[in-house]
Design a protein around this ligand. Structure first.
Ligand code: PGA
Ligand code: ZN
Length: 403
């Protein structure tokens, strides 16, 4: 059994230019792994703290004083390293050492172990019964609003949900939906400036309904042309515009019942296959109402509602709040906790969607987490090196899959 012979943590920048950290883990066998941790902008209230109170400098200090001494000599096992990170931290929300340093160290350890064993990361992480031949749907970000865009709609993400056994077909279809929407926006306002948001989706002055219309039209065309099942989806990130018990859109203000009716209406009108965070992050019962109304037609997904935490997800399972959970490693800080939640979904026969963050790094390990989880979907932007890195890694895994 090898041990941790060296660990390092260094500051780097994410795709928004914000400071985060990258970890390197060296095993006594000579194997090495390096990974960085992404950052969110529309973060859930129940996520771990990404950094101690004074940010990256505090994380580097905590690493030198508390983390490195604990990790050096630890058995080279993901569970042992993650347990040592929790002990070094000593808080419930990772505010001692930071959830981002913990994420980077946990994933770097896994990558070093994969290298040591001469096998791909997904095999090391694979859940029982996962053989690497079932590829996730692509949940691809096409139009940005909310906190990820300036001047766009107030709904955060308009998504193309592309499902095909072969990743090159699902990725190709999602990319074509993105491209078609860009072409439609240019045709509609040839003089207007057109930009892209934090996750690579288009940003234009559109109402929510106009954005859904463009998305549906592009999905319909690409589905017909490519014969790939690609349908519209949405991440409302509704907690971002929920204030004093009301959902406050630019165009309307709704109470909880009004929001249930509005979102169920969107599912019917636009044929949505996927609905993420349609309510505030404490609204387990409103989610359950929507799940009862549309759950047979659309996947209702909890992101801010659960923040990848098993305890919150258990509440959602009991109340039948959603059909799926979004999985983000740095919402809980370690691979052990992440896969604990994934396993809870699997035993409860609920779907997982493995997700990027809005501030990302040009690394591909997320595709391995998705494949290893037997995830229903991989949620990822479609353009930008930090997004394409994950899509390309999924393509590679598709080529390597046994026939
Ligand atoms: P975040 O947003 O990475 O900014 O938290 C992504 C999402 O809400 O899914
Ligand atoms: Zn979300």
């Amino acid at each position: 059994m090898s041990r941790l012979a060296g660990v390092d943590l260094q500051p780097i920048f994410d795709s928004r230019g914000q400071a985060t950290v990258e970890a390197t883990v060296l095993l006594s066998s000579g194997a090495r792994g390096t990974a960085g941790a992404p950052s969110g902008a529309s973060t859930g209230r129940h996520e771990v703290r990404p950094f101690p109170a004074d940010g990256v400098p505090g994380a580097l200090r905590a690493f030198r004083e508390r983390v490195r001494p604990k990790l050096l000599g630890t058995e080279a096992q993901i569970a042992a390293v993650d347990a040592a990170l929790r002990t070094a931290d000593g808080t419930s929300d990772f505010s001692g050492i930071g959830g981002n340093p913990a994420t980077a160290l946990s994933v770097a350890t896994a990558l070093a172990l994969a290298e040591e064993g001469g096998r791909p990361l997904w095999r090391l992480l694979a859940r029982p019964g996962v053989d690497g031949t079932a590829f996730p749907a692509i949940v691809g970000n096409c139009l940005n609003g909310g906190r990820h865009a300036i001047g766009g709609p107030d709904i955060q993400e308009f998504l193309a949900i592309a499902r095909d056994p072969r990743p090159e077909r699902s990725i190709g279809a999602a990319l074509q939906v993105h491209a078609r929407i860009g072409a439609a926006l240019r045709a509609r306002s040839p003089e207007a400036a057109l930009g892209r948001g934090d996750e690579g989706g288009w940003v234009a002055r559109l109402t929510n309904v106009e954005a859904f219309e463009l998305l549906r039209e592009a999905c319909d065309r690409v589905r017909d042309e490519r014969k790939v099942d690609v349908r519209p989806g949405v991440d409302l990130a509704a907690a971002e515009f929920f204030r004093d018990g009301r959902y406050r859109y630019r165009e309307q203000t709704l109470d909880s019942d009004g929001q249930v009716a509005f979102v169920a209406g969107l599912v019917d009108r636009f044929g949505l296959a996927y609905v993420e965070d349609p309510f505030d992050q404490e609204a387990f019962d409103a989610h359950a109402e929507l799940q009862r109304a549309v759950g047979s037609r659309a996947l209702v997904v909890g992101d801010d509602l659960y923040t990848t935490r098993a305890d919150r997800f258990r509440r959602g399972i009991e109340r039948k709040s959603t059909g799926a959970i979004l999985i983000k490693v740095n919402q809980v800080g370690t691979l052990t906790e992440t896969f604990g939640t994934v396993d809870l979904a699997r035993t409860s026969r609920l779907a997982t969607v493995t997700s990027h963050r809005s501030g990302e790094l040009p690394e591909g390990w997320l595709a391995h987490v998705a494949l290893a989880s037997g995830a229903w979907g991989l949620k990822c932007g479609l353009l930008g090196g930090e997004r394409v890195a994950k899509l390309n890694e999924l393509l590679r895994l598709g080529r390597a899959a046994p026939p």
